[in-house]
Design a binder for this molecule. Structure first.
Ligand SMILES: Cc1ncc(COP(=O)(O)O)c(C=O)c1O
Length: 403
């Protein structure tokens, strides 16, 4: 049976218009399905980091803030990410972690919402950091915090809601939420929405401008391959920028940073989302990593992502004994991000065995195997092998035995 799926995989790989992009990454014969946690290393990065360290820092030293474009890197790299999330230039800045940007966005949104709105709704299934930050933002702003399942937001948002924080793709199940309709529902109640794009930026079309999203944040170390701890991004819709009052005003978000004045006067535009000195080494590694996207469209990535996850589900259904795993990822394309999450008994140990056999995904408590599919470097042959090795592990077969 596996021959026919292997043959299909070879045909799909031969027809894959993104197949050649894999060569832009440093990879080996491991099937790497953890790009939804840490993206692989683009080949353009090591040389750039070497140049930034040795020449820009080592030789030019302080001159690089100007001559190597260090000072303007947050907005320049923000503008490079912008088209990947459907934003026009001038609305996105890079810097700090996702958590810190969530804090800026949430408190900023409560301040934008104004008088009489004293409630924050947060995705009840959210990645934990979002929930912690939302709770603290609520305490600081005197708001109440209400966890709500994303599907129930339209019925829960009301005249007292200041802001709703939602995840575009659920980190555990891989479920994709309907950004256009949820954004419209929040706006219909007069509230603002903050979207966490960690699991969608670089994986599927987002359409921030098209759908009138207010604020958004996302990390760059997953599908954007920026490297461990690479800086996050913050999107502030253009028409909100003049009123965006950051809870973290630093000298980098000052209109005249070198004026060194005691009073704070915010910079115009998205720049007011900056805080302090940017982490240049990580930021410029990210800038090099983004070159991978120069001739790649998000729509092509999305089409391949759905084909990969479809094929994985199909191979798993064919190879794995019925009932051994249960997919918690929606089967409808409209509801699926770029990962497949399978529940199974002993998931932790199963994932350790998979990794020993060269198939790298990850485990999320209590019983979920996560497999992330980065279309830039994952092929259909990888998918078939991953499903085959999973079946071997679940059947308790020794490594390398035929399915
Ligand atoms: C949805 C989501 N939000 C936030 C984070 C993490 O934020 P930070 O970059 O601050 O670690 C993650 C990390 O995996 C995530 O999946």
């Amino acid at each position: 049976m596996s021959e026919s799926y292997a043959k299909r995989a070879a045909e799909l790989d031969a027809a894959d218009e993104l197949a050649s992009v894999r060569a832009r990454f440093v990879l080996d014969d491991v099937v790497y399905l953890d790009g939804n946690s840490l993206g692989a290393l683009p080949r353009s990065v090591p040389g750039r980091v070497e140049d930034v360290v040795r020449r820009q820092w080592g030789s030019l030293r302080i001159r690089s803030w100007d001559e190597s474009g260090w000072w303007t890197a947050p907005e320049r790299i923000g503008d490079r990410i912008a088209p990947l999330v459907g934003a026009a230039a001038g609305q996105t800045v890079v810097g700090d972690s996702t958590s810190v940007n969530l804090f800026k966005a949430l408190v900023g949104a409560v301040r934008l919402a104004g008088e009489g709105r004293d409630e924050i709704l947060v995705d009840a299934t959210t990645f934990p950091t979002d929930g912690y930050i939302a709770a603290s933002a609520a305490r600081l702003t005197g708001c109440t915090l209400r966890p709500v399942a994303p599907d129930e937001v339209p019925g829960a948002v009301g005249p007292r809601t200041a802001v709703v924080l939602l995840n575009h793709v659920d980190y555990r199940t891989g479920r994709l939420y309907d950004l256009p309709s949820l954004t419209a529902a929040v706006h219909a109640a007069g509230a603002l929405v903050v979207w966490d794009l960690c699991h969608s930026a670089g994986a599927l079309p987002v359409g921030l401008d098209e759908h009138g999203v207010d604020l958004a944040v996302g990390c760059t170390y997953k599908y954007l391959n920026g490297g461990p701890g690479s800086p996050a991004f913050l999107y502030i819709r253009r028409d909100l920028q003049a009123r965006f009052d950051s809870p973290l005003p630093g000298w980098n978000s000052h209109a005249d940073p070198f004026g060194m004045t005691p009073d704070f006067s915010p910079a115009p535009g998205a720049l007011r989302g900056r805080v302090g000195t940017p982490d240049i080494l990580s930021m410029l590694a990210l800038e090099a990593a983004l070159e991978v996207w120069d001739d790649v469209s998000v729509s092509a990535v999305r089409a391949k992502s759905l084909a990969l996850t479809d094929f994985f589900l199909e191979c798993v259904a064919a190879y794995v004994p019925q009932g051994a795993v249960e997919s918690v990822t929606p089967s409808a394309h409209a509801d699926r991000g770029s990962q497949v999450a399978l529940r199974c008994q002993g998931a932790d140990a199963v994932m350790r065995s998979l990794i020993e056999r060269g198939v790298v995904g990850d485990f999320r408590a209590p019983d979920v195997l996560r497999f992330g599919f980065t279309p830039l470097y994952v092929g259909f042959g990888d998918v078939e092998r991953a499903a085959r090795v999973l079946a071997e592990v679940l059947a308790g077969e020794p490594a390398g035995a035929p399915v």
